[in-house]
Design a protein around this ligand. Structure first.
Ligand code: V1D
Ligand code: CA
Length: 440
């Protein structure tokens, strides 16, 4: 039976109740990028309190994560970069000027050095690794970490508000158990760090939907489809501003249906960046909460272990609305459009409603542009299906370790950008950690 046959029809197996695990650390929202910076970790506190006020914590298992160690982070990142992150502080940065420019951190970059920066990365990365382990152990169907999804971080470089790439590390964890992992990115920005990490492997398919053209990070063209073993396994959906729910659905669903049919992943990671919502401070799409969450609903309907992560999102009251609503979608729980009273109630003034009304904004994606992008991607996926060497079966994964898989032979996590020197080890050596269950 194809994966399509397992899809949600509202009453079919795709709509069955899911076991959901939620990972949150109470300190994450106290980290501060600075007054002029659009990234506000405080939004995570807003989201968490909204989730609590809807009573959703009663329907899922809530965990406080372990703090990711440097050893875990170097399953993807270089040792000198992680050593730098662990030592740099606002008080000592004058001694690190060469490394600051080498690693793209500090004042006048998108990635400032702020108090307890390393602890911040340890928290959100620990959450994502714990969430992946929970899925690997078949202890949950869906695992959630809204503090994760920092998709721009590179092996040896901070980028676009991201320092450690928790997504790559979570995928490496999932690859210990699953032969193939699918990564989907609905943040308005291209998921460049994750794409680059897996550009040369057929074990991870990446699919990013993003604004393309005069927009950060500038990568993610339709023709960027992977290289070497990974040729055809990177999917990019470049879009224009003003994107509506209907137009998004017309490209998201056919592409994802075909990917599920062709690639048959053992696990799916969905980065739910909320900067693709209407009214975002940095974004220019026009999605409602329902349009954004339809991506979660759709991926959930395939009944494959699902890791939900956060990402961008700069109108913080809407970020909280989005991720609270998507938590309810994961749980199949109906929640009221009236925001319940909570510690941050005033943020939702003046309407105190959950749902968003799209703006009267021109959609620069026409039926023709959407259809052209969809046709091109479906052709890319069809070619993959037609390739004689591609016969996807549920074979056990090779259980790669650092020792067995070292070197830069174009495998998982290797940097294949032509202008960079490369090296270092790949694979994950992270030990399994027990995350602590949160009590009240
Ligand atoms: F507006 C700003 C004010 C202060 C500091 C930074 C910004 C800002 C806005 N947009 N920075 C950007 C983007 N950077 C540039 C730079 C110009 N070039 C030299 C680079 O346009 C970065 C946008 C990052 C988006 C991050 C993300 O939403 O994708 C995300 N996902 O997960 C976590 C973050
Ligand atoms: Ca994206």
């Amino acid at each position: 039976m194809s994966n399509l046959a397992l899809q949600n029809t509202n009453s079919g197996p795709g709509n069955a109740k899911k076991r959901v695990s939620y990972f949150y650390h109470s300190e994450v929202g106290h980290h501060y990028y600075g007054p002029a910076h659009p990234m506000k970790p405080h939004r995570l506190k807003l989201a968490h309190h909204l989730i609590l006020s809807y009573g959703l914590y009663q329907k899922m298992e809530c965990y406080r994560p372990h703090l990711a160690s440097a050893n875990e982070m170097t399953a993807f990142h270089s040792e000198d970069y992680i050593s730098f992150l662990s030592r740099i502080t606002p008080d000592n940065l004058r001694n690190f000027s060469t490394q600051m420019s080498k690693f793209n951190a500090g004042e006048f970059t998108d990635c400032p050095v702020f108090d307890n920066l390393y602890e911040f990365t340890q928290i959100y990365t620990g959450c994502s690794i714990d969430a992946a382990i929970k899925l690997n152990n078949d202890a949950s169907d869906i695992a959630i970490n809204w503090s994760g999804g920092l998709h721009h971080a590179k092996k040896s470089e901070a980028s676009g508000f991201c320092y450690v790439n928790d997504i790559v590390l979570a995928i490496l964890e999932l690859l210990k158990v699953h032969s193939r992992v699918l990564y989907i990115d609905i943040d308005i920005h291209h998921g460049d760090g994750v794409e680059e990490a897996f550009y040369c492997t057929d074990r991870v398919m990446t699919a990013s939907f993003h604004k393309y053209g005069d927009f950060f990070p500038g990568t993610g063209g339709l023709k960027d489809t992977g290289a070497r073993e990974g040729a055809g396994y990177s999917v990019n959906c470049p879009l224009n501003g003003g994107m509506t729910d209907d137009a998004y659905e017309q490209v998201f669903k056919p592409v994802m249906n075909k990917i599920m049919e062709v690639f048959k992943p053992g696990a799916v990671v969905l980065q739910c960046g909320a900067d693709s919502l209407t009214g975002d401070r940095l974004g220019c799409f026009n999605l409602s909460l329902k349009g954004h969450a339809e991506c979660v609903r759709h991926m959930k309907s395939f009944n494959v272990p699902l890791l939900l992560l956060g990402g961008g999102g700069y109108t913080i009251r809407n970020v909280a609305r989005c991720w609270a609503y998507e938590t309810s979608v994961a749980l199949n729980a109906e929640i009221s459009n009236d925001i319940p009273y909570n510690d941050y109630f005033e943020y939702f003034s003046p309407c105190f409603k959950l749902h968003l009304t799209p703006a009267p904004q021109e959609n620069l994606n026409t039926d023709d542009t959407i259809s052209a992008v969809r046709t091109e991607i479906l052709q890319q996926l069809q070619n993959l299906q037609g390739a004689p060497s591609v016969q996807f079966q549920d074979v056990p994964p090779p259980f790669m370790t650092k020792q067995e898989e070292g070197g830069n032979d174009g495998g998982i996590g290797d940097d294949v950008r032509p202008t960079h020197t490369v090296g270092g080890e790949v694979g994950s050596s992270a030990k399994e950690h027990e995350s602590e269950m949160m009590v009240d």
